[in-house]
Design a protein around this ligand. Sequence first.
Ligand code: DNO
Length: 356
Amino acid sequence: MEMTLRWYGPGHDTVTLQQIRQIPGVTGVVSTLYDKMPGELWTQEEIHELKSVIEASGLKLSGIESVNIHDDIKTGSGRRDEYIDNYIKTLENLGKEDIHMVCYNFMPVFDWTRTDLARVREDGSTVLAYNQEIVDKIDPENFSDSIEKMSNGFVMPGWEPERLAKLKELFALYKDVSADQLFDNLVYFLKAIQPVCEKYDIRMGIHPDDPAWPIFGLPRIMTGKDAIVKLLKAVDAPFNGITFCAGSLGSNPNNDLCEIIEAAKGRIPFAHVRNLRHNFPGDFEEAAHLSSDGSHDMYKMMKTFYDTGFDGLIRPDHGRMIWGEQAMPGYGLYDRALGAEYLLGLWEAIDKAAKA
Ligand code: DNO
Protein backbone atom coordinates (compact mmCIF):
# COMPACT_ATOMS: atom_id res chain seq x y z
CA MET A 1 0.00 0.00 0.00
CA GLU A 2 1.29 3.40 -0.87
CA MET A 3 -0.41 6.53 0.50
CA THR A 4 -0.72 9.34 -2.04
CA LEU A 5 -2.59 12.58 -2.55
CA ARG A 6 -4.12 13.86 -5.75
CA TRP A 7 -2.30 16.90 -7.10
CA TYR A 8 -3.49 18.76 -10.18
CA GLY A 9 -0.12 19.89 -11.48
CA PRO A 10 1.84 23.15 -11.73
CA GLY A 11 -0.48 26.15 -11.79
CA HIS A 12 -3.63 24.10 -11.26
CA ASP A 13 -3.69 23.42 -7.54
CA THR A 14 -3.96 25.61 -4.44
CA VAL A 15 -2.03 22.94 -2.53
CA THR A 16 1.74 22.90 -2.99
CA LEU A 17 4.00 19.88 -3.29
CA GLN A 18 5.95 21.18 -0.30
CA GLN A 19 2.79 21.02 1.79
CA ILE A 20 2.02 17.49 0.63
CA ARG A 21 5.60 16.50 1.38
CA GLN A 22 4.99 17.45 5.03
CA ILE A 23 2.08 15.03 5.49
CA PRO A 24 3.67 12.08 7.31
CA GLY A 25 3.46 8.84 5.36
CA VAL A 26 2.39 10.39 2.06
CA THR A 27 5.13 9.46 -0.35
CA GLY A 28 3.68 10.29 -3.72
CA VAL A 29 1.06 12.13 -5.71
CA VAL A 30 -1.25 11.08 -8.48
CA SER A 31 -1.36 13.78 -11.07
CA THR A 32 -2.17 14.55 -14.67
CA LEU A 33 -1.41 16.85 -17.56
CA TYR A 34 -4.39 19.00 -16.73
CA ASP A 35 -4.45 20.97 -19.97
CA LYS A 36 -4.66 17.93 -22.21
CA MET A 37 -7.94 17.35 -23.96
CA PRO A 38 -9.32 13.81 -24.15
CA GLY A 39 -7.84 12.11 -27.19
CA GLU A 40 -4.71 14.25 -27.24
CA LEU A 41 -1.29 12.62 -27.24
CA TRP A 42 0.97 13.09 -24.18
CA THR A 43 4.61 13.33 -25.18
CA GLN A 44 7.37 11.73 -23.15
CA GLU A 45 8.95 15.16 -22.61
CA GLU A 46 5.75 16.56 -21.09
CA ILE A 47 5.43 13.59 -18.77
CA HIS A 48 9.08 13.83 -17.85
CA GLU A 49 8.68 17.51 -17.01
CA LEU A 50 5.75 16.81 -14.66
CA LYS A 51 7.67 14.00 -13.04
CA SER A 52 10.75 16.17 -12.53
CA VAL A 53 8.75 18.93 -10.83
CA ILE A 54 7.24 16.37 -8.44
CA GLU A 55 10.49 14.58 -7.75
CA ALA A 56 12.27 17.86 -7.03
CA SER A 57 9.97 18.23 -4.01
CA GLY A 58 10.93 14.81 -2.66
CA LEU A 59 7.73 13.08 -3.75
CA LYS A 60 7.04 10.46 -6.40
CA LEU A 61 4.69 10.61 -9.35
CA SER A 62 2.97 7.40 -8.28
CA GLY A 63 0.32 7.25 -10.95
CA ILE A 64 -1.91 9.20 -13.30
CA GLU A 65 -5.42 10.40 -12.55
CA SER A 66 -6.56 10.56 -15.29
CA VAL A 67 -5.78 10.00 -18.92
CA ASN A 68 -9.26 10.89 -20.14
CA ILE A 69 -11.02 8.99 -22.88
CA HIS A 70 -12.33 10.73 -25.97
CA ASP A 71 -16.10 10.54 -26.56
CA ASP A 72 -15.53 8.86 -29.95
CA ILE A 73 -13.97 5.93 -28.08
CA LYS A 74 -16.85 5.80 -25.62
CA THR A 75 -19.50 5.99 -28.33
CA GLY A 76 -17.52 3.80 -30.73
CA SER A 77 -17.88 6.32 -33.51
CA GLY A 78 -15.96 8.83 -35.62
CA ARG A 79 -12.24 8.81 -35.12
CA ARG A 80 -12.17 6.18 -32.36
CA ASP A 81 -9.22 4.21 -33.73
CA GLU A 82 -7.15 7.34 -34.16
CA TYR A 83 -7.82 8.37 -30.55
CA ILE A 84 -7.08 4.86 -29.31
CA ASP A 85 -3.81 5.07 -31.18
CA ASN A 86 -2.99 8.29 -29.34
CA TYR A 87 -3.94 6.62 -26.06
CA ILE A 88 -1.58 3.74 -26.80
CA LYS A 89 1.25 6.15 -27.56
CA THR A 90 0.49 8.07 -24.38
CA LEU A 91 0.64 4.83 -22.37
CA GLU A 92 3.90 3.96 -24.05
CA ASN A 93 5.35 7.34 -23.06
CA LEU A 94 4.09 6.89 -19.50
CA GLY A 95 5.63 3.43 -19.40
CA LYS A 96 8.96 4.77 -20.57
CA GLU A 97 8.80 7.26 -17.68
CA ASP A 98 8.25 4.38 -15.27
CA ILE A 99 4.58 5.13 -14.51
CA HIS A 100 2.57 2.00 -13.78
CA MET A 101 -0.93 3.08 -12.75
CA VAL A 102 -3.42 4.94 -14.91
CA CYS A 103 -6.91 5.87 -13.75
CA TYR A 104 -9.66 6.67 -16.25
CA ASN A 105 -13.42 6.64 -16.46
CA PHE A 106 -16.01 5.67 -19.02
CA MET A 107 -18.84 7.94 -17.91
CA PRO A 108 -20.79 9.52 -20.75
CA VAL A 109 -20.82 13.34 -20.95
CA PHE A 110 -20.29 14.10 -17.26
CA ASP A 111 -17.63 12.95 -14.85
CA TRP A 112 -18.88 12.84 -11.25
CA THR A 113 -21.98 14.80 -10.30
CA ARG A 114 -22.91 16.67 -7.14
CA THR A 115 -25.71 19.13 -6.58
CA ASP A 116 -24.01 21.18 -3.89
CA LEU A 117 -20.31 21.92 -3.72
CA ALA A 118 -20.42 23.67 -0.37
CA ARG A 119 -23.20 22.35 1.85
CA VAL A 120 -22.73 23.80 5.32
CA ARG A 121 -22.61 21.27 8.15
CA GLU A 122 -23.34 21.74 11.87
CA ASP A 123 -19.68 22.44 12.63
CA GLY A 124 -19.39 25.12 9.94
CA SER A 125 -17.36 22.99 7.54
CA THR A 126 -18.62 22.67 4.00
CA VAL A 127 -18.89 19.51 1.93
CA LEU A 128 -19.94 18.24 -1.46
CA ALA A 129 -23.43 16.82 -1.46
CA TYR A 130 -25.94 15.15 -3.74
CA ASN A 131 -29.70 15.33 -3.79
CA GLN A 132 -31.65 13.31 -6.33
CA GLU A 133 -34.69 15.60 -6.22
CA ILE A 134 -32.54 18.49 -7.44
CA VAL A 135 -31.03 16.37 -10.20
CA ASP A 136 -34.48 15.34 -11.32
CA LYS A 137 -35.43 19.01 -11.73
CA ILE A 138 -32.32 20.00 -13.67
CA ASP A 139 -32.32 20.40 -17.41
CA PRO A 140 -28.95 18.81 -18.14
CA GLU A 141 -28.33 21.07 -21.09
CA ASN A 142 -28.42 24.11 -18.82
CA PHE A 143 -26.57 22.44 -16.00
CA SER A 144 -23.35 24.29 -16.75
CA ASP A 145 -24.79 27.55 -15.40
CA SER A 146 -25.62 26.04 -12.04
CA ILE A 147 -22.32 24.21 -11.75
CA GLU A 148 -20.28 27.31 -12.50
CA LYS A 149 -22.12 29.14 -9.74
CA MET A 150 -21.70 26.27 -7.31
CA SER A 151 -17.99 25.68 -7.81
CA ASN A 152 -16.76 28.98 -6.32
CA GLY A 153 -14.94 29.93 -9.49
CA PHE A 154 -12.89 26.74 -9.64
CA VAL A 155 -13.01 24.44 -12.63
CA MET A 156 -14.19 21.02 -11.59
CA PRO A 157 -12.42 18.04 -13.14
CA GLY A 158 -14.60 16.67 -15.90
CA TRP A 159 -16.63 19.85 -15.99
CA GLU A 160 -14.24 21.96 -18.02
CA PRO A 161 -15.87 24.98 -19.74
CA GLU A 162 -14.96 23.68 -23.20
CA ARG A 163 -16.96 20.53 -22.51
CA LEU A 164 -19.90 22.27 -20.92
CA ALA A 165 -20.16 24.59 -23.91
CA LYS A 166 -20.76 21.54 -26.08
CA LEU A 167 -23.38 19.81 -23.95
CA LYS A 168 -26.06 19.66 -26.65
CA GLU A 169 -23.64 18.06 -29.08
CA LEU A 170 -22.47 15.61 -26.45
CA PHE A 171 -25.98 14.54 -25.56
CA ALA A 172 -26.74 14.01 -29.25
CA LEU A 173 -23.63 11.84 -29.56
CA TYR A 174 -24.87 9.46 -26.85
CA LYS A 175 -28.51 9.47 -27.95
CA ASP A 176 -28.41 6.03 -29.53
CA VAL A 177 -25.73 4.45 -27.34
CA SER A 178 -27.15 1.77 -25.05
CA ALA A 179 -25.45 0.56 -21.89
CA ASP A 180 -24.53 -2.67 -23.71
CA GLN A 181 -22.89 -0.76 -26.54
CA LEU A 182 -21.01 1.42 -24.10
CA PHE A 183 -19.74 -1.72 -22.39
CA ASP A 184 -18.68 -3.27 -25.72
CA ASN A 185 -16.83 -0.07 -26.61
CA LEU A 186 -15.01 -0.24 -23.30
CA VAL A 187 -13.97 -3.83 -23.98
CA TYR A 188 -12.83 -2.87 -27.50
CA PHE A 189 -10.70 -0.10 -26.00
CA LEU A 190 -9.20 -2.37 -23.33
CA LYS A 191 -8.29 -5.08 -25.84
CA ALA A 192 -6.59 -2.48 -28.00
CA ILE A 193 -4.44 -1.14 -25.16
CA GLN A 194 -3.69 -4.55 -23.61
CA PRO A 195 -0.36 -5.12 -25.43
CA VAL A 196 1.13 -1.76 -24.45
CA CYS A 197 -0.07 -2.11 -20.86
CA GLU A 198 1.49 -5.55 -20.62
CA LYS A 199 4.73 -4.46 -22.23
CA TYR A 200 5.20 -1.62 -19.71
CA ASP A 201 3.41 -3.24 -16.77
CA ILE A 202 0.77 -0.54 -16.58
CA ARG A 203 -2.27 -1.27 -14.42
CA MET A 204 -5.43 0.46 -15.62
CA GLY A 205 -8.01 1.41 -13.02
CA ILE A 206 -11.46 2.34 -14.26
CA HIS A 207 -13.24 4.76 -11.96
CA PRO A 208 -16.83 3.80 -11.10
CA ASP A 209 -19.77 5.94 -12.11
CA ASP A 210 -20.54 8.65 -9.62
CA PRO A 211 -23.27 8.55 -8.45
CA ALA A 212 -23.54 4.84 -9.10
CA TRP A 213 -26.73 4.85 -11.14
CA PRO A 214 -27.83 6.32 -14.49
CA ILE A 215 -28.54 10.05 -14.47
CA PHE A 216 -29.93 12.43 -17.10
CA GLY A 217 -31.04 9.45 -19.18
CA LEU A 218 -27.42 8.57 -19.98
CA PRO A 219 -26.18 4.99 -19.79
CA ARG A 220 -23.89 4.00 -16.90
CA ILE A 221 -21.97 0.75 -16.74
CA MET A 222 -19.70 0.85 -13.67
CA THR A 223 -22.16 0.95 -10.83
CA GLY A 224 -21.54 -1.99 -8.54
CA LYS A 225 -20.19 -5.47 -7.94
CA ASP A 226 -21.88 -7.27 -10.85
CA ALA A 227 -20.75 -4.67 -13.36
CA ILE A 228 -17.20 -4.74 -12.04
CA VAL A 229 -16.98 -8.53 -12.07
CA LYS A 230 -18.38 -8.56 -15.62
CA LEU A 231 -15.70 -6.15 -16.80
CA LEU A 232 -12.85 -7.94 -15.03
CA LYS A 233 -13.97 -11.18 -16.70
CA ALA A 234 -14.54 -9.65 -20.14
CA VAL A 235 -10.85 -8.76 -20.33
CA ASP A 236 -9.43 -11.18 -17.84
CA ALA A 237 -5.88 -9.93 -17.42
CA PRO A 238 -4.14 -8.22 -14.49
CA PHE A 239 -3.68 -4.93 -16.37
CA ASN A 240 -7.47 -4.50 -16.45
CA GLY A 241 -8.45 -3.32 -12.99
CA ILE A 242 -10.57 -0.83 -11.13
CA THR A 243 -10.12 2.31 -9.15
CA PHE A 244 -12.05 1.38 -6.05
CA CYS A 245 -13.83 4.62 -5.13
CA ALA A 246 -15.63 4.34 -1.80
CA GLY A 247 -17.45 7.60 -2.43
CA SER A 248 -18.81 6.63 -5.84
CA LEU A 249 -19.67 3.00 -5.15
CA GLY A 250 -20.84 3.96 -1.66
CA SER A 251 -23.25 6.53 -3.06
CA ASN A 252 -25.61 3.61 -3.58
CA PRO A 253 -26.45 2.20 -0.13
CA ASN A 254 -27.19 -1.17 -1.74
CA ASN A 255 -23.54 -1.62 -2.68
CA ASP A 256 -21.62 -3.66 -0.13
CA LEU A 257 -18.18 -2.05 -0.36
CA CYS A 258 -16.21 -4.81 1.34
CA GLU A 259 -17.85 -7.41 -0.87
CA ILE A 260 -16.70 -5.41 -3.91
CA ILE A 261 -13.12 -5.23 -2.60
CA GLU A 262 -13.18 -9.00 -2.17
CA ALA A 263 -14.70 -9.61 -5.60
CA ALA A 264 -12.03 -7.45 -7.26
CA LYS A 265 -9.15 -8.85 -5.20
CA GLY A 266 -5.83 -8.50 -7.03
CA ARG A 267 -7.35 -6.15 -9.59
CA ILE A 268 -7.43 -2.90 -7.60
CA PRO A 269 -4.38 -0.82 -8.45
CA PHE A 270 -5.85 2.36 -6.94
CA ALA A 271 -8.30 3.23 -4.18
CA HIS A 272 -10.10 6.44 -3.26
CA VAL A 273 -10.99 5.86 0.37
CA ARG A 274 -13.46 8.06 2.13
CA ASN A 275 -16.70 8.20 4.04
CA LEU A 276 -20.16 9.45 3.10
CA ARG A 277 -23.22 10.20 5.15
CA HIS A 278 -26.56 9.02 3.79
CA ASN A 279 -29.12 11.43 5.18
CA PHE A 280 -32.25 9.97 3.60
CA PRO A 281 -32.95 8.06 0.38
CA GLY A 282 -31.57 10.11 -2.52
CA ASP A 283 -29.52 12.47 -0.36
CA PHE A 284 -25.95 12.06 0.77
CA GLU A 285 -23.05 14.27 1.75
CA GLU A 286 -19.32 13.70 1.87
CA ALA A 287 -18.48 13.31 5.54
CA ALA A 288 -15.10 13.45 7.23
CA HIS A 289 -13.10 10.24 6.76
CA LEU A 290 -13.76 9.06 10.35
CA SER A 291 -16.20 6.13 10.57
CA SER A 292 -18.42 7.77 13.18
CA ASP A 293 -18.99 10.82 10.97
CA GLY A 294 -20.62 8.88 8.13
CA SER A 295 -22.35 5.71 7.03
CA HIS A 296 -19.32 3.55 6.25
CA ASP A 297 -17.20 1.42 8.53
CA MET A 298 -13.75 2.63 7.53
CA TYR A 299 -11.96 0.15 9.76
CA LYS A 300 -13.74 -2.72 8.04
CA MET A 301 -12.95 -1.26 4.64
CA MET A 302 -9.23 -0.91 5.38
CA LYS A 303 -9.17 -4.34 7.00
CA THR A 304 -10.69 -5.87 3.86
CA PHE A 305 -8.03 -4.17 1.77
CA TYR A 306 -5.39 -5.56 4.09
CA ASP A 307 -6.82 -9.08 4.18
CA THR A 308 -7.13 -9.26 0.39
CA GLY A 309 -3.45 -8.36 -0.03
CA PHE A 310 -4.06 -4.90 -1.50
CA ASP A 311 -0.79 -3.63 -2.96
CA GLY A 312 -1.93 -0.54 -4.87
CA LEU A 313 -2.06 3.19 -4.30
CA ILE A 314 -4.50 4.74 -1.86
CA ARG A 315 -5.52 8.31 -1.60
CA PRO A 316 -7.86 10.02 0.79
CA ASP A 317 -10.70 11.43 -1.24
CA HIS A 318 -12.71 14.63 -1.24
CA GLY A 319 -12.13 16.45 1.99
CA ARG A 320 -14.40 18.89 3.75
CA MET A 321 -13.47 22.55 3.53
CA ILE A 322 -12.28 23.47 7.01
CA TRP A 323 -10.23 26.09 8.86
CA GLY A 324 -11.08 28.79 6.32
CA GLU A 325 -9.26 27.15 3.46
CA GLN A 326 -10.03 28.33 -0.07
CA ALA A 327 -9.54 25.53 -2.56
CA MET A 328 -11.17 23.52 -5.28
CA PRO A 329 -14.19 21.88 -3.63
CA GLY A 330 -13.13 18.51 -2.22
CA TYR A 331 -9.46 19.14 -2.88
CA GLY A 332 -8.16 21.31 -0.08
CA LEU A 333 -5.11 20.38 1.96
CA TYR A 334 -6.33 20.21 5.54
CA ASP A 335 -9.09 17.65 5.55
CA ARG A 336 -7.37 15.39 3.06
CA ALA A 337 -4.26 15.44 5.25
CA LEU A 338 -6.42 14.47 8.25
CA GLY A 339 -7.93 11.72 6.10
CA ALA A 340 -4.53 10.37 5.06
CA GLU A 341 -3.34 10.24 8.68
CA TYR A 342 -6.51 8.49 9.82
CA LEU A 343 -6.24 5.86 7.08
CA LEU A 344 -2.55 5.35 7.83
CA GLY A 345 -3.42 4.95 11.51
CA LEU A 346 -6.01 2.30 10.73
CA TRP A 347 -3.53 0.51 8.48
CA GLU A 348 -0.78 0.53 11.11
CA ALA A 349 -3.15 -0.89 13.72
CA ILE A 350 -4.42 -3.59 11.36
CA ASP A 351 -0.89 -4.50 10.30
CA LYS A 352 0.45 -4.68 13.86
CA ALA A 353 -2.51 -6.71 15.06
CA ALA A 354 -2.02 -9.15 12.18
CA LYS A 355 1.66 -9.57 12.96
CA ALA A 356 1.33 -9.76 16.74
C1 DNO B 1 -13.58 13.00 -8.46
C2 DNO B 1 -12.67 12.02 -9.08
C3 DNO B 1 -13.03 11.75 -10.53
C4 DNO B 1 -12.01 10.84 -11.17
C5 DNO B 1 -12.31 10.50 -12.60
C6 DNO B 1 -11.36 9.45 -13.11
O1 DNO B 1 -13.18 13.68 -7.56
O2 DNO B 1 -12.61 10.87 -8.35
O3 DNO B 1 -13.08 12.96 -11.22
O4 DNO B 1 -10.76 11.43 -11.14
O5 DNO B 1 -13.60 10.03 -12.75
O6 DNO B 1 -11.24 9.53 -14.48
